[in-house]
Design a protein. Structure first.
Length: 182
């Protein structure tokens, strides 16, 4: 097992996937990591749809770039997609959202997605969270009820041989950290 710090430093958005298929047990391990993520009021406002057949993968990939054409084309090489839908929220979460103006369920989806991506990284699987996609055809393809929302799509695949870990360009700690006051 790798250290969490090591996984965090290594994990990046992978955009060059090999053709190597992902073992089902590894996909299940990633889903289990996401399932175990904490959520506001333990609402668990998610459902995970694994898309692993070649025909459906090709169509999901197309829905991530067909309207814009110039980015996300790398998704056509993904060996799997995990489509995360936003499920019904608990009453307490809906009330909290109205009162505080915070989308707790989207925060929860983000936490679950990061759990999934860190687990994938530990297994040597690359991942990329996709926020740009055509929701309607994705919902139609996967038979997602009209009252559900596709919150996020995660592309998965083993990185191509020689894929380098990019240097993380982040603001210095002193620019993002304060103690006891802004």
């Amino acid at each position: 097992m790798k250290s969490i710090e090591g996984l965090i430093r290594k994990r990046q958005s992978t955009r060059k996937f090999s053709d190597k298929p992902i073992a089902k047990e590894h996909i299940l391990k990633c889903i289990e990591a996401a399932r175990l993520a904490p959520s506001s009021s333990n609402a668990q406002p998610w459902k995970f749809i694994v898309v692993d057949t070649a025909e459906k993968r090709a169509r999901i990939a197309k829905y991530t770039y067909e309207k814009i054409g110039f980015f996300n084309k790398f998704t056509s090489r993904a060996q799997c997609f995990v489509v995360i839908t936003l499920e019904k929220q608990k009453l307490i979460t809906r009330l909290g959202k109205r009162i505080k103006g915070i989308d707790w369920e989207l925060i929860d989806i983000g936490i679950a997605a990061q759990h999934l991506c860190l687990q994938a990284e530990e297994l040597g699987i690359g991942s990329c969270m996709i926020g740009w996609y055509s929701e309607k055809p994705v919902k139609e393809l996967l038979q997602i009820p009209h009252n559900k929302k596709v919150a996020l799509i995660i592309a998965l695949g083993y990185p191509v041989e020689g894929y380098k870990i990019r240097k993380k360009i982040r603001k210095p700690l002193k620019e993002v950290l304060n103690y006891n006051t802004y």
